[in-house]
Ligand binder design. Sequence first.
Ligand code: SAH
Length: 196
Amino acid sequence: TGTGAQKDRVLTVEEWLQKWETGATAFHKEQGHPLLQKHLDLLLNGRSGLRIFFPLCGKAVDMKWLADMGHSVVGVDVSEQALKEFFADQSLPYSEESVPGISGAKKLQSTSGNICLYCCSIYDLSSAVVGEFDGVWDRGALVAVNPCDRQRYVNLMISLMAKNSSYLLVTVLYDPNKHKGPPFYVPESEVKSLFG
Ligand code: SAH
């Protein structure tokens, strides 16, 4: 019962790649996220030229929106298809290179240089590779990671946050007995205990 109904559920990387291959990507929105627009000031906190991280980014159009505002955007996703579709959809030229220190990973960077997307598992990243971020936009990320990996995910995110950084998190509220997820139900109390 409760969130227990979902706690043992595991999606493999292959299952995510398959969602992209078959177009089972209803989570993707063609329009910018209304909550990002509404709470942008909280993320920026009066600052400009930030480094903003999109964990489990998919092809979120908000990455372009923030980059166009002068911020530097870094994303990560296991699906190379998703990342390439992002650049194609946004008509952005990009270059591709390997990532020293992460075997098999690729870094796709917009030619303009302000959008850098890593194709690898988020768990392969560390501040040694991607540096620290001034802001994090977490939509479809904490709620998408396997419930058993939540603390590991959050610890990693905390390790990537610069001093005075801000973190905007979107969760979904529903009866976890009625849908198996993802997105998974992460109650407010758990968000508090995860992030401390
Ligand atoms: N944040 C995006 C995508 C949400 S769906 C949006 O809101 O539209 C979750 C995404 O996480 C998928 O694109 C999937 O390919 C990716 N993903 C799943 N597990 C991952 C992992 N361990 N590391 C990196 N990306 C992962």
